[in-house]
Write a protein that binds this ligand. Structure first.
Ligand SMILES: NC(=O)c1ccc[n+]([C@@H]2O[C@H](COP(=O)([O-])OP(=O)(O)OC[C@H]3O[C@@H](n4cnc5c(N)ncnc54)[C@H](O)[C@@H]3O)[C@@H](O)[C@H]2O)c1
Length: 257
């Protein structure tokens, strides 16, 4: 899995380790990913950590080779590495566009391509970590929204191309996830505790539970789907600003009490 050194990726890794998966954690943050894999291993999990830049095909070739050598093959490929830069149509320059699309979209394709032989052999599963923004755009996230919409297209195309070989491909689409980096971004925008009133933050471990489900036997018939983890943001009629709810309303989970 990619982007596993911190945040959502690390949460997914911990969840999968607790479910007895053998893990190859990868990230551009080489020291951090090795340290986190060692920490999972010292807690009794089976994990190794290796540097990988998702935009480099040669890194992918090496990682797939290593996963096959170490664990016998790949049953579940999780594409989680991503960046979420701010920018509008006009303030986004070509370099930022290329970087965002390269990491968030091309990186997933390169990984799927490299892992396809072993995924095909093992009738494996691909889980792409997208975003609610793939289908619910928000001003100021130009290259990010385009990249995640592209990832949704890629997910469906891969699902279709793999129908006959028993490999499934789905996208988990979180809303707002409480990670250290996201907290820093919010702090830079003057919201150290996320926007006032936001009570339905998803946790990295909840994203991990969604990945576990999609990788499980009962989910084998699910392919080409989005699984939203966003407290309903994608169906709200207030284009994107539902994450600033009326504070007088009870939190989502208490509305059913
Ligand atoms: N945090 C949120 O609220 C949220 C919401 C929806 C979707 N997501 C998506 O979830 C994924 C993880 O987000 P996060 O919040 O944990 O971010 P994060 O910044 O905490 O972690 C992302 C990881 O990706 C790694 N990475 C960046 N570029 C890379 C590259 N070229 N090759 C390999 N690794 C690379 C980073 O080093 C980092 O460890 C992203 O795809 C993001 O778009 C996040």
């Amino acid at each position: 899995m990619t982007g596993a050194a911190q945040g959502i990726g690390l949460g997914i890794a911990r969840t999968m380790a607790a479910a007895s998966y053998n893990l190859l954690l990868t990230d551009v943050e080489r020291d951090l990913v090795r340290a986190e894999a060692a920490s999972i291993a010292s807690d009794g999990g089976r994990a190794i950590g290796e540097p990988l830049d998702v935009t480099r095909a040669e890194d992918w070739a090496r990682a797939v080779e290593q996963a096959v050598a170490q664990w016998g093959g790949i049953d579940v490929l999780v594409n989680c590495a991503g960046i979420s830069p701010r920018g509008t149509i006009e303030s986004t320059d070509e370099a930022l566009w290329d970087r965002t699309l390269s990491i968030n979209l091309k990186g997933a394709w390169l990984g799927i391509k490299a892992a396809m032989p072993t995924l095909r052999d093992r009738r494996g599963t691909i889980v792409n970590i997208g975003s609610v923004r793939a289908t619910r755009p928000m001003p100021g996230l130009f290259s990010y929204v385009v990249s995640k919409a592209g990832l949704w297209g890629l997910t469906q195309q891969v699902a279709v191309e793999c129908l006959d070989i028993g490999v499934s491909c789905n996208m988990v689409a979180p809303g707002w996830v409480d990670t250290p980096n996201e907290r820093q971004i919010q702090a830079r925008h003057g919201r150290p505790d996320f926007p006032a009133g936001l009570r339905n933050l998803t946790t990295p471990e909840e994203v991990g539970a969604a990945v576990l489900y999609l990788a499980s036997e009962p989910a084998r018939k699910i392919t080409g789907s989005i699984l939203y983890l966003d407290s309903g943001l994608h169906v709200a009629d207030d284009a994107g600003m539902v994450h600033l709810p009326d504070r007088s309303r009870p939190p989502y989970e208490q509305r059913f009490d």
